[in-house]
Write a protein that binds this ligand. Structure first.
Ligand code: EPZ
Length: 416
């Protein structure tokens, strides 16, 4: 079991390169399944989830090569359209193989992903959308068994779902006729996926809005795409810089990539200045607590909720954090309170009393973004913080300790 040992209280200095976005990379890898050819992806982050998805595609017969953030996936010889529970259960975004397999091969057997720490994470909307395109779907022994020739149709989501929108876009690219996705999710990672699909010859308009129209084509062509920067990794380092009273510069990212959190950063007393070197973080003398309500994009992202909870802990005043997307995304709170935070939970709201002096402790990571919030709390805590179960962290943050060490943080990975 690996742990991170963090000695707090260091001011940080220098610049951190932002990696490619995990939540863009995963659907892009699934897009390769649409091709009787090769998809080449650059700026792919070296993350556990990427290796897991590569393993799933390889188990179907895909050929993959991955080095130096350059990934080549050849799906010319797919031998089966089966994704096993053993692999899918470790990486729920694997459900995104369903749309591509079904539309290209007319059948697929994919394990239901099951829940995860932050919530039940159902996929009913994915399945309902595929049925709208004519898919016959059975659930047997925990597997989705889908078949049929997909025909374009109107699709209506009950709520904006990132994965559901991505799955139906992937499925509609090779369906017969036109698909219109209503109440579509608008996240930038969906726009990045559509940019890549268009480079492969797909006919898609409206991505980034709530109505996306896809004109099915008979086949797609090999292509090359550079993955967008990870706005959530970048936002995490912005909070780390602000709470350690540092002026970190983040590279490979633009100020516009922070659009969904900019107003909250400003309210907290944090500003971002972009120049030819990248985006540099500045802050007022005193940080102010902010009220947060997570929403689908372009609202405040749920993936930044835990990090802003840490910001509120050290800021002046009291901040309320409301989590509206997932039913159990406050597991970082108990661990932060063990570090001397003063947070109380009332249903979907967390009340965060500011001006806390974090004290180092041994804490346990429970999910990806909760882990990140414990690391950044450790950076300002008095004494030493040990974060256990950091495999959660490795799913979404590439070389986090090397990046933090490079700007002067005392962060060491040990295996116990
Ligand atoms: C994506 O998850 C991201 N993961 C999540 O990031 C992110 O938190 C989430 O979108 C919201 O932005 C990837 O992109 C790989 P949803 P996804 O479908 O697609 C409900 C991280 O930390 N829902 O938009 O699974 C669902 O329960 C991860 O990087 C249904 O009810 O999220 C949730 O309440 C965590 N039925 C809401 O919709 C469905 O069929 C939004 O979920 C699908 C979703």
């Amino acid at each position: 079991m690996e742990k991170l040992i963090i000695v707090g209280g260091k001011k940080l200095k220098g610049s951190i390169p932002i990696s490619g976005a995990k939540n863009a990379t995963l659907p892009l890898i699934c897009a390769a399944l649409l091709l009787d050819g090769k998809l080449i992806l650059d700026n792919v982050p070296e993350l556990k989830d990427v290796y897991t998805l590569m393993e799933i595609l390889s188990s179907m017969g895909a050929k993959t090569q991955f080095s130096d953030n350059h990934l080549e996936i050849d799906c010319s010889n797919i031998e089966n359209t089966f994704a096993s529970y053993d692999l899918v259960k470790t990486m729920r975004a694997s459900i995104l193989v369903l749309g591509p397999l079904l539309t290209r091969f007319g059948k697929a057997k994919v394990s239901l992903p099951g829940g995860c720490a932050i919530g039940s994470r159902p996929v009913d909307q994915h399945l309902k959308a595929l049925e709208s395109l004519g898919a016959k779907i059975l659930i047997e022994e925990g597997y989705v068994i889908a078949e049929g020739q997909l025909i374009g149709a109107e699709v209506y989501f009950d709520m904006p779902t990132v994965g559901g929108t991505e799955n139906i876009i992937l499925a509609a690219t090779l369906a017969l006729g036109t698909t219109v996705v209503n109440n579509a999710a608008m996240e930038p990672e969906i726009v990045d996926l559509c940019k890549c699909l268009r480079s492969m010859g797909a006919n898609i308009v409206g991505d980034g809005t709530s109505v996306i129209t896809i004109e099915g084509v008979s086949e797609l062509n090999s292509s090359k795409h550079t993955v967008m920067a990870d706005r959530i990794e970048a936002g995490t380092f912005v909070i780390a810089s602000a709470i350690t009273d540092s002026n970190l510069t983040l590279t490979n990212i633009r100020k516009k990539d922070f659009s969904s959190i900019l107003s909250k950063l400003t309210q907290a007393g944090i500003s971002l200045v972009e120049d030819e070197n990248g985006v540099t973080v500045y802050r007022d003398k005193r940080l102010k607590a902010v009220d947060i309500q997570t929403q689908p994009h372009p609202g405040f992202p749920t993936d930044m909720q835990a990090q802003f909870t840490v910001l509120n802990c050290v800021a002046d005043g009291v901040g309320t954090v409301e989590e509206t997307i997932f039913e159990n995304r406050f597991m970082h709170v108990a661990e932060l309170n063990r570090m001397n935070a003063n947070i109380s939970i009332h249903g979907s709201h967390a009340k965060v009393v500011g001006n806390c002096k974090f004290k180092g402790a041994t804490v346990m990571a429970t999910d990806l973004r909760a882990s990140a919030s414990l690391v950044i709390a450790g950076l300002v805590a008095e004494g030493t913080t040990t974060v256990e179960r950091i495999y959660h962290l490795d799913r979404g943050y590439e070389n986090i300790e090397a990046k933090l060490q490079s700007v002067g943080a005392s962060v060491t990975r040990i295996t116990s």
